[in-house]
Design a protein around this ligand. Structure first.
Ligand code: DX5
Ligand code: ZN
Length: 216
């Protein structure tokens, strides 16, 4: 199983955003995780589609994590047009989950479905996203501690979705927690502060990748 590390720019220096993204691209990253917060689904505001526009020519897959209420009303279309390759919605954010996933695909993007730590996995028995995101912190802020019970949840999630769906984890991923996520079945790990919060994001990216892929 190939494991990918998706750096989250939430923890990046926005005054030097393209340079920071260029650094992790140079280290081997092919996916950039873009955390979008609306001040409703989660308390903070973060960034809009202009950030994707600013990064789209860098040749990376932009994965947009929509922590927004009712993403199907406008945000899916806005981010698809801004260059998103994957758009992830939250199961808790809309009663129209199936419609929203279809809408994402209709724009040519991969469709992701996320659940918060307190949300059961039952929805993955009913709908079939391309990517299943298990939040390993409560969304809204970077730099939180990984919730240990998430490891068993990741295992259950992999068992439900089978081998063909990307299983992603997001929140508190670092060199100490990466291996257990992969062992539980995750094949994409989001890391924000553990990369961009470090003095040397390139070394930090490589250390997490090493921890995630050399787990014997
Ligand atoms: C949390 C966001 C995460 C966050 C991860 O609401 O969805 O993507 O940026 O940050 P770290 O890696 O610092 O926990
Ligand atoms: Zn995220």
């Amino acid at each position: 199983m190939t494991v990918e590390i998706a750096p989250s720019i939430l923890a990046a220096d926005f005054g030097a955003l393209r340079d920071q993204v260029g650094l992790v691209k140079g280290a081997g990253a092919s996916i950039i995780h873009v955390d979008v917060m609306d001040g409703q689904f989660v308390p903070p505001l973060s960034m809009g589609p202009q950030v994707c526009e600013a990064l789209r020519d860098l040749g990376l897959h932009l994965e947009v994590h929509l922590m927004v209420d009712r993403p199907e009303t406008i945000q899916v279309e806005s981010f698809a047009k801004a260059g998103a390759g994957t758009i992830i919605i939250h199961a808790e954010a809309t009663p129209a989950v199936d419609y929203a996933l279809d809408l994402i695909r209709s724009h040519g993007c991969h469709a992701g479905l996320a659940v918060n730590p307190a949300t059961p996995l039952a929805i993955y028995e009913e709908v079939s996203p391309d990517l299943a995101l298990c939040m390993t912190v409560n969304p809204g802020w970077g730099g939180q501690s990984f919730i240990p019970s998430s490891v068993a949840k990741i295992e259950r999630l992999r068992a439900i979705v089978g081998p063909d769906v990307v299983v992603e984890v997001d929140g508190g991923v670092d060199v100490a927690t990466a291996a257990s996520c992969v062992a539980a079945g995750a094949d994409r790990l989001v890391a924000g502060s553990a990369i961009f919060g470090e003095d040397d994001p390139v070394r930090a990216f490589n250390n997490i990748l090493h921890a995630a892929t050399n787990r014997n």
